[in-house]
Design a protein around this ligand. Structure first.
Ligand code: GLP
Length: 248
């Protein structure tokens, strides 16, 4: 696992964008796995800037998103479909026929999850997966648990995750309690993974990810089994981890 410590959020975003740029230059038909949340927004902005000055094109690329809430219309302000549209897709030249996200409103959610995994397989698998990380170590919406799921599946969100996400909704009651997410196997099958984290509140989760131990209580720790992962963290996280190690 390659760990890159950068000064701040902006540098993290530039580093991630550069990795995407290199991979798309190498393979214009790249299959991307993308994430939502506040962490990747800077990366999307940076990629949009580079697109606008002609440094990168997405015309031949495909995108599979990690997850989607259940029970929100895809046009709902807080749906991840809308997030991707507003923060990325509408500002680049990606072909909408090649952008995919699980349908959290599907009547048969089990069938929807199977359909999603099949689609990824049919496109040759994900070449480069972008990940953020939850404060509890969740990736996508794979929450800490005794058992984790391999394929795309429906998940009940943890109270802490619901609270963390409630900042985007008017009332807490509105925050969805479940979601469809790529599973651990779906994520780990990506040929390359880049995980981004900034801010001291992610320090515990990152410490677990770098611990050399694997636990279902920190789903991100499974990334240690993958041969091609880059973790980009800011100085705040690096310092917080070091402080804890010094005290221990
Ligand atoms: C959500 C998403 C994750 C994301 C996480 C962290 O739960 N499903 O994909 O990594 O939140 O979000 P943020 O980047 O806003 O801290």
């Amino acid at each position: 696992m390659r760990v890159l410590v950068v000064e701040n959020y902006e540098e993290m975003s530039r580093e991630a964008a550069s990795l995407f740029q290199i991979r798309i230059e190498e393979k214009p038909g790249l299959v991307l796995g993308l994430a939502t949340g506040s962490t990747p927004i800077g990366t999307y902005k940076e990629l949009i800037n580079r697109y606008q000055v002609g440094k990168i094109r997405f015309q031949q690329a495909s995108v599979f998103n990690l997850d989607e809430y259940c029970g929100l219309d895809k046009n709902h302000e807080q749906s991840y479909a809308r997030f991707m549209e507003e923060n990325f897709f509408r500002s680049i030249d990606v072909d909408r026929k090649n952008t995919f996200i699980p349908n959290g409103n599907a009547k048969d959610r089990q069938a929807e999850c199977e359909r999603y995994d099949t689609l990824i397989r049919e496109r040759g698998g994900i070449d480069l997966q972008l990940l953020g990380i939850g404060e509890n170590g969740h990736i996508g919406f794979n929450e800490p648990n005794d058992l984790l799921s391999a394929g795309t599946h429906q998940v009940e969100l943890e109270q802490g995750t619901i609270e963390a996400n409630s900042r985007f909704f008017v009332t807490r009651e509105e925050v969805p309690k479940s979601a469809l997410t790529m599973g651990m196997g779906t994520i780990l099958k990506a040929k390359e993974i880049v995980l981004l984290a900034s801010g001291a509140k992610k320090a515990d989760a990152i410490q677990g990810l770098l611990s050399g131990k694997i636990s279902t209580k920190n789903p991100a720790s499974f990334l240690q089994l993958h041969p091609r992962v880059t973790v980009i963290i800011d100085r705040e996280i690096a310092d917080a981890i070091k402080l804890k190690q010094d005290v221990a």
